[in-house]
Design a protein around this ligand. Structure first.
Ligand SMILES: NC(=O)c1ccc[n+]([C@@H]2O[C@H](COP(=O)([O-])OP(=O)(O)OC[C@H]3O[C@@H](n4cnc5c(N)ncnc54)[C@H](OP(=O)(O)O)[C@@H]3O)[C@@H](O)[C@H]2O)c1
Length: 257
């Protein structure tokens, strides 16, 4: 009988974008716990990225950090220079596109610059990260992208953000069909309201209670709720799932409660 305690990702490598904090940190920690060598990408917060790497190493895992601001000229080149250095010739097994900019406000307040910027970070960057990863991504590898329930719940202050996440969900579906010939699976995990130390909006009076009241499972999500779903898709157990959007939200806003 298979030993279920054996780390499922031993010998594998992973890149998690936006892994310095929040959900990305949780995903990176889980993949490292499962045995993968994890590249911790971040944009600006070096201290937080170092802390993520240190926590992984203290727990017996392996990780290294890469700084690259996404959504600007040359972003993918900088990211992959750091990735390829850290991997030292090893292929990539798991790519998790998690980094994203926050919702930019209602349509009346959204400038062309802000619109272009959120699309550059949330859509253009993941698309070209995948394009650039394909030559080093092992056949049988995994591409997992983090979306949001904003694609199915209409929040007026999140229109441009929701549009970026909608684009990612479509990307996953079509790329899965294109990359199946290499046995690469492509899936999207749709996060619900996920509480972590930087989710400042949720600390505003009444917001947490309101979100909980709309959630079938009656609590806010945590990074590990999302990380466990990503780890499943990244593992051999997830080999037969591709082109899907998994709603990992505890059943937020399923209907009247
Ligand atoms: N938290 C939620 O309730 C929730 C709900 C639905 C969906 N999501 C999705 O889940 C993912 C993670 O969310 P989160 O709440 O954990 O995010 P977060 O705490 O804001 O962390 C964002 C991460 O992405 C990096 N990042 C952001 N903009 C970047 C840029 N321009 N260039 C490079 N790196 C950048 C940040 O690095 P630095 O700090 O170093 O810049 C950080 O590591 C996102 O895709 C988000 O849309 C979250």
């Amino acid at each position: 009988m298979e030993d279920r305690n054996v780390a499922k990702l031993d010998g594998k490598t992973a890149l998690v974008t936006g892994a310095s904090r929040g959900i990305g940190r949780g995903i990176a920690q889980r993949l490292a716990t499962d045995g993968a060598l994890v590249a911790i990408h971040y944009g600006s917060n070096e201290e937080a990225a170092k802390q993520t790497v240190a926590e992984i190493e203290q727990a017996g895992g392996r990780a290294f950090s890469i700084r690259a601001e996404l959504g600007v000229e040359g972003d993918v080149d900088i990211l992959f220079a750091g990735l390829e250095k850290g991997l030292s010739g090893r292929p990539l097994d798991i790519l998790v596109n998690n980094a994203a900019g926050p919702p930019g406000g209602p349509i009346e307040e959204t400038t062309r610059e802000a619109f272009d910027r959120i699309f550059a970070i949330n859509v253009r960057a993941p698309f070209f990260i995948i394009q650039r990863a394909l030559p080093i991504l092992r056949d049988g590898g995994r591409i997992i992208t983090i979306s949001s329930v904003a694609t199915r719940i209409a929040v007026p202050s999140q229109t441009s953000y929701a549009m970026t996440k909608g684009a990612l969900e479509v990307m996953g579906h079509t790329l899965a069909n294109a990359l199946g010939k290499r046995n690469i699976t492509v899936n999207t995990v749709r996060s619900g309201t996920t509480y972590h130390e930087h989710a400042a909006l949720l600390d505003l009076p009444g917001v947490k209670d309101f979100m909980v009241s709309m959630t079938a499972l009656g609590r806010l999500g945590s990074p590990s709720d999302i990380a466990d779903v990503v780890a499943f898709l990244a593992s051999d157990d997830g080999r037969w799932i591709t082109g899907q959007v998994l709603d990992a939200s505890g059943g937020i806003y399923l209907g009247p409660r």
